[in-house]
Every structure is written in C-alpha cells, then in structure tokens.
Design a protein around this ligand. Structure first.
Ligand code: CDP
Length: 517
C-alpha cells in the first residue's frame, strides 16, 4: 500500500509539493519566532545588517528567501520532478529534484552575501557622511521608486517570461545528470533573481525582518508569476511602488524604518513608543535622586542621546535595550566593546594587562565580534575590566562610541548607550543621563541566576566576590572611572523589577522627548 502510494506519480508530486510548502512554512515560523534584534548592538529592523555577523545574517537571509521564493518556485520544481520521475518509472537514470532546488537556493544565498556587504557598506557610508534619518529614509524612498520602474524594464520582462514558463525553460535549458540539475537550478535561480532582486533590496528600507513587507512582496512575486495578465500585474506593482516611494520622499515618516518616536512611525513587531506627557512630579519618585533630565538639549548632530551608566548586573543593559526598543532608538552595549577587546587578547594568548596587546586588540574590534556568545564567558568578563583600565584602550574605543551616538545606524533618530562612563566621558552632553545601581548582594544574586539560566555552574560567594573586584577596578581606575555623571538621575533597582525600572526611565525619556519636539 505504502509502495503503491509512493510509486504513483500524483502521490509523488503531492509529496514534493507538500515538502516544498512545509519547508517554506517552517522558514516563516522561524522568522516569526526571531522577532528581535541581535545581541550587543540592538538596532532592530532599522539597521540593514540588524547588527548581525555575516554568518548569522546569511542564515537569516536564506531562511527569508526560502520562505518567500519556494512557494513561487514550486511549479518549476514540480515540472523538473515530473520529468525525472518519469525517467525513474521507465527504469532510466534519474536525478534528485532536491539538487535542482539546491542550485536554486544557492543563487539566493550568493545574493545574501552581496546583500550583507552592501548593507555593511551602506551603514559605513551613512556613518561617515553623517546621513540624517530623513535623508536615509528618502534614499529608501528612491529605492522603492527604482524597484517600481524596474518592473517595466525589458530585463525584468525577459526574466519573468522564463519564470512563468517552466516547460519553456525545460525545453531551452535542459542539462542531464547531477551537475546538469544543479546548473539548471542555478540558471532558474538566476532568472528569478533577475525578476525579484530589487523587490528584495526594498526590504532594507522597509525593515529587513518586516513580516508585512515580506508577505506583500511574496504576494507580488506570486501574482506576477501565476496570474494570467502579466502586464497588468507589472503595471499595477510599478504604480504602487512608485507612488509609495514618492510619498516617502515627500514625507520620510511614511517609511516603517523611520525610527522617530510616535505611534505613526512605530516599526512592525516593535513595541509602540509611548510618548505621553505626564505632569512633572513635584519631587523625584522613590528610588531616584539627582537632577531632572535636561530637556531638548540636542547635541551631537541632532541625535537624541540617552546615556545609562552603572555597575555590573544593576539592570542597565536590560533597561537600555528595552528603552531603545520602546522609543525606536538604536542601542549600543559599550561593555561589549571592552569584552570583545578582552576576548581578542585572550584568544591570541596575550595578557589582558599588557597595554600594547590590549590596544592592538581594541583597534581590531568590529561589529561582528559584538554578537559572539563567548563575550559572556567568565574569563572574558574578568579580563574586560582589566583592559578597560588601560587608557589607550579607552581612547581606541572612544571614537566608535561617539560616532554611534552622533550618527545612530540607519534611520534611528537617536541612541541609547550603556556602560560605565557614557554620561561622564563618552557623551557628557547626552539629553538624558541615568545611573542605574542596586545593592551588591542583589546584583550578585541576579548575575548568579543569569549564569545558571545559561547553564553555567556558579557559586553565589564567587559571583559576589567577582562583582566586588570588578566594581573596585571600574570605580577606582584613573581614567574614566565608573561614576554617576553630574546631573544623572539615579535609579536604584534593589527593590525594582525590570518593568518598574523601565516605567521610571520611560517617564523621563518621554518628558525629555516631548520637550525636544
Ligand atoms: O554586563 P556587565 O554590567 O557585567 O558588564 P559590561 O557592561 O558588559 O562591561 C564589562 C566591563 O567593561 C566592565 O566591567 C567595565 O570594566 C568595562 N566597561 C567600561 O569600562 N566602560 C564602559 N563604558 C563599559 C564597560
């Protein structure tokens, strides 16, 4: 019964179709589950590379391409399968359909490599030229217009004709054997790429993991390949893209990645910014002390900067990440820079206390390293505060941090930086300065829970001891010691959970933003 089912051409065809769609659905599910940004630099979808290292970006890209392209490539893959299974039925040599699919996927993987390096270059150019959020969004709008106009070009038409006619493709491009199948997959992938590459490029300004944009583009591709009136679909898509692109050029806020706070500009998948204007309390709430936030003191190329300092495990990292997400700001965990420096020194067998080795390592720190899970290793943690006490290391990392604050990646209108000296040294002109702290024992307990949650065996007394040593080194060093900067609002989280700390900090940020508008 089972054999009969598999031997039947219809059953086989259905099985291949089912598998293709199942793989595509699994990829959609994976993307849905991914939702957030990468560790270290949390720029959410507004950042073209999402702050991911090349391999992680490529994995995400291929997942996206399989999710979007497999359903539309199904007719071609099934046609290939029909021919090969007929050969199999006749007892002739045949080739696995998956080789054809692999060739097809390889083309999109290669496109992903180009997309990654294109995105890295775009980010670098934006940073060097100090591109404003509005201008970045307008360039995004221009790309959308270009994608619209491309729909009407002869090249698009030629590629689409090949994609629309699986039989025609088989007749003109058939190659036998395994290599031939791979080559045909590559060829067909090339035609699809010729059809859709600009629609994929448009995903960058729309938000690289923006599910609504991905779904819409998938529908467009499906329609142009399958609907009877090819030209009508082409003209319809072109008109819609050109009109939307023009709207973005005129009003950059119409772009989802234009990360200015306000419900209308919230990015899909991102918590809606809460820009409320609560009455200014007569006294600072419990758990806070220090001066009121400076309102509207826009510095550093007009970017809105929130500086968060504090000792280890005080909750400043979580707070910084959540604040950035809530208000559509870019986030830089500056501790990751010192950790990355320490990791490079340890990896090369060097001594973290050696100024020359540590400075050389600091100069080699790149975005890729910031996502390395080894940054949280205990040895790296300990060494990070050793390299951080070396003045040349701090100098080497200073420009990157200031550049990030002055020109946050992609379209973000501001940035949240967390560390030890952000309010005092890196961004003394920050719009808001927070100093997040908590009792040492409470911090040690939190770090212990964190370590255990990651599966690292840890003993409370040792964690407490390590925190104390690090606090002493961080606060006692000569250059840029950890300190609450003048005017910083102190948030003591000893008795506050993450939500309560976020509510307090959000209140301060919302008031400052309201004042700066
Ligand atoms: O996550 P945790 O608070 O334990 O540490 P981190 O923020 O990742 O920082 C690791 C180490 O980098 C700290 O112990 C500091 O010595 C150093 N650091 C610094 O000196 N200045 C900064 N702005 C950030 C971190």
């Amino acid at each position: 019964m089972h054999r009969a089912l598999i031997a039947s051409p219809t059953a086989q065809r259905n099985l291949v179709l089912f598998l293709l769609l199942a793989v595509a659905m699994a990829c959609w599910a994976l993307i849905l589950g991914q939702g957030g940004g990468g560790p270290g630099v949390d720029m959410a979808m507004a950042s073209p590379t999402m702050g991911l290292p090349a391999t992680a970006f490529l994995t995400m890209w291929v997942t996206m391409m399989v999710a979007m392209m497999f359903p539309t490539a199904a007719p071609m893959i099934l046609t290939f399968h029909r021919i090969e299974s007929a050969k199999r039925a006749r007892g002739e040599a045949f080739v696995s359909t998956w080789l054809f699919a692999a060739g097809y996927t390889l083309i999109w993987a290669a496109a992903g490599v180009a997309a990654y390096y294109g995105a890295v270059t775009a980010e670098a150019v934006a940073t060097c030229t100090g591109l404003s959020a509005a201008m970045a969004a307008r360039i995004g709008g221009a790309l959308v217009i270009a994608a619209g106009l491309y729909q009407l070009t002869p090249l698009k038409n030629v590629c689409l004709s090949k994609c629309r006619s699986p039989i025609g493709f088989i007749l003109t491009s058939w190659r036998g054997g395994s290599l031939g199948a791979l080559r045909m997959g590559l060829l067909h992938g090339g035609s699809c790429f010729g059809c859709c590459w600009l629609l994929m490029v448009v995903l960058f300004p729309l938000g690289i993991m923006n599910l609504a944009a991905m779904a819409l583009i998938t529908l467009i591709i499906f329609a142009e390949k399958s609907l009877a009136w090819k030209r009508v679909t082409a003209y319809g898509t072109a008109a819609a893209l050109v009109i939307y692109g023009l709207v973005v050029v005129a009003a950059p806020r119409a772009l989802p990645t234009f990360a200015a706070p306000g419900p209308a500009t919230a990015m899909p998948g991102m918590a809606k910014p809460e820009i409320v204007e609560p009455p200014v309390p007569a006294a600072m709430p419990m758990g806070m002390s220090g001066g009121a936030p400076r309102r509207g003191a826009v510095v550093l190329s007009g970017a809105f900067v929130v500086a968060i300092d504090g000792p280890a495990a005080s909750g400043k990292g979580t707070l910084a990440r959540r604040l950035a997400k809530r208000f559509g700001l870019a986030h830089l965990d500056t501790g990751a820079l010192y950790r990355a420096t320490a990791l490079l020194v340890l990896d090369s067998g060097g001594d973290a206390a050696d100024p020359a080795a540590a400075e050389a390592a600091a100069r080699r720190v790149g975005a890729q390293l910031l996502a390395d899970p080894r940054l949280r290793d205990e040895a790296v943690t300990r060494a990070s505060s050793v390299v951080a006490a070396i003045p040349a290391v701090r100098r080497a990392l200073l420009e990157f941090q200031r550049g990030f604050a002055a020109r946050p990646p992609a379209a973000a209108r501001g940035a949240v930086l967390d560390g030890r000296d952000i309010g005092s040294v890196v961004c003394p002109q920050a719009d808001i300065k927070l100093f997040v702290t908590a009792a040492t024992e409470v911090r040690a307990r939190r770090r212990l829970d964190e370590l255990r949650a990651r599966g690292t065996p840890a003993i409370y007394e040792e964690v407490l001891q390590e925190l104390r040593e690090r606090d002493t080194r961080d606060a006692g060093r000569e250059v840029a010691p950890m300190t609450a900067a003048p005017g910083a609002v102190v948030i003591d989280t000893t008795a506050l959970d993450a939500d309560m700390a976020l509510a307090r900090a959000s209140d301060i940020v919302a008031r400052a933003l309201a004042g700066s508008r």
